[in-house]
Design a protein around this ligand. Structure first.
Ligand SMILES: NC(=O)CC(=O)C(=O)O
Length: 279
C-alpha cells in the first residue's frame, strides 16, 4: 500500500553568477536535505544561473548536460526524488526555461518547459520580458512517485488556474512550482496564488524560490512555501538560503476533498474545462 505521508524539502538556494559554485552548493544542500529525512527534494527556478534574459543564452545547456548530470547523480547518491528547479535549456536553436525530475535511481522521469512566459510591465516598478530570449513550452507534465502523482509547472504558470485544475483532474495531490517572484509581485501575490491554487484544487502546493540577493539585477522574493489542501501555510522560508522541511499528509487531501466535495459538485452543464495538451 502507498505510504500516506512523506517528507518534502524545499531548497531555497542562494544563486550566484558562478555556475560551478551554484551546482556545487545545490549538490551539497540536496545531500543535507536527504540527511534531514526528505523523500522528495526540490530546487528553485533558475538554480544554475542568475534570473535575467541576458543571462539565459550564456548559461543555457543541452539536456543532458553539466547541470542535469549533477542532478541525476545527486538523486541517485541520496536516493531521493529530485525536482531540479529549472535551468535555461538550449534545444534546436531555441531556449527554454526547463525543469527536470529524477527518481532515486538517478533516471530522468519528467521534463517540463515553462508554458507561460513571464512578460509583464508594471509601470514604475518592474518590466520583464522572458520572451526576449526564451520560447514557451507546449506540454503539461506530471510524474508518479510511490506517494502520489505530482504536477509540475514554473513560476508565472501559477497565475493560470486552468493548468492546476487539469493536473488535479489527472490525479495529482501535490503541485510544485519552482519560482522566482520579485520585490513587487512577491509581497502582493506569491502566497495568495499558492493558497488559491491549493484551496481551489484541495491539494498541497509547494513553491521553491532562490534566496534573495539584494545585489542581483533581479531580486527574488524568497519565501519558499508549502500550503496544505485547506489553504493553510504549513512551512515557509524567510528570504535567505535555507531548507524548509514539511510532511505531506495525503490522507488529509482525501479528508478535505470528502468534507467539501467541490470536485463532484461541478456544473458540467453550464461550464467545462478542456485539456488540449498532448502529454
Ligand atoms: N518570475 C516569474 O515567472 C513570475 C513572477 O515573478 C510573477 O508572476 O510575478
Amino acid at each position: 500500500m502507498a505510504a500516506s505521508k512523506f517528507k518534502i524539502a524545499l531548497v531555497q538556494l542562494f544563486v550566484t553568477a558562478n555556475k560551478s559554485e551554484n551546482l556545487a552548493r545545490a549538490s551539497k544542500l540536496i545531500s543535507q536535505a536527504a540527511g534531514g529525512g526528505a523523500n522528495l527534494v526540490a530546487l528553485p527556478e533558475c538554480f544554475n544561473s542568475p534570473y535575467g534574459t541576458k543571462y539565459f543564452p550564456e548559461y543555457a545547456e543541452k539536456i543532458p548536460g553539466e547541470s542535469t548530470n549533477m542532478l541525476a547523480k545527486a538523486a541517485k547518491d541520496n536516493k531521493v526524488f529530485l525536482v531540479g528547479g529549472s535551468i535555461p535549456e538550449e534545444d534546436g536553436g531555441k531556449l527554454y526555461n526547463t525543469s527536470t525530475v529524477f527518481n532515486p535511481e538517478g533516471e530522468l522521469i519528467a521534463k517540463f518547459r515553462k508554458v507561460h512566459l513571464f512578460d509583464i510591465d508594471v509601470p514604475g516598478k518592474i518590466r520583464f520580458q522572458e520572451s526576449e530570449t526564451l520560447s514557451p513550452g507546449s506540454g503539461l507534465v506530471t510524474f508518479d512517485t510511490p506517494y502520489c502523482k505530482v504536477g509540475l509547472a514554473i513560476c508565472y504558470d501559477i497565475r493560470f488556474p486552468e493548468l492546476a485544475q487539469i493536473y488535479t483532474r489527472r490525479g495529482c495531490k501535490l503541485l510544485l512550482y519552482p519560482g522566482a517572484f520579485n520585490m513587487t509581485t512577491g509581497p502582493a501575490h506569491w502566497e495568495l496564488l499558492q493558497r488559491g491554487r491549493a484551496l481551489d484544487n484541495q491539494l498541497y502546493v509547494g513553491t521553491i524560490s532562490p534566496a534573495r540577493d539584494e545585489k542581483a539585477s533581479y531580486v527574488a522574493w524568497g519565501h519558499s512555501t508549502l500550503v496544505n489542501p485547506w489553504g493553510e501555510v504549513v512551512a515557509k522560508a524567510g528570504h535567505e538560503e535555507e531548507i524548509v522541511y514539511s510532511d505531506v499528509d495525503l490522507s488529509y487531501v482525501d479528508e478535505v476533498r470528502s468534507s467539501i466535495p467541490t470536485s463532484n459538485q461541478r456544473r458540467a452543464d453550464i461550464y467545462k474545462l478542456q485539456d488540449m495538451s498532448q502529454n
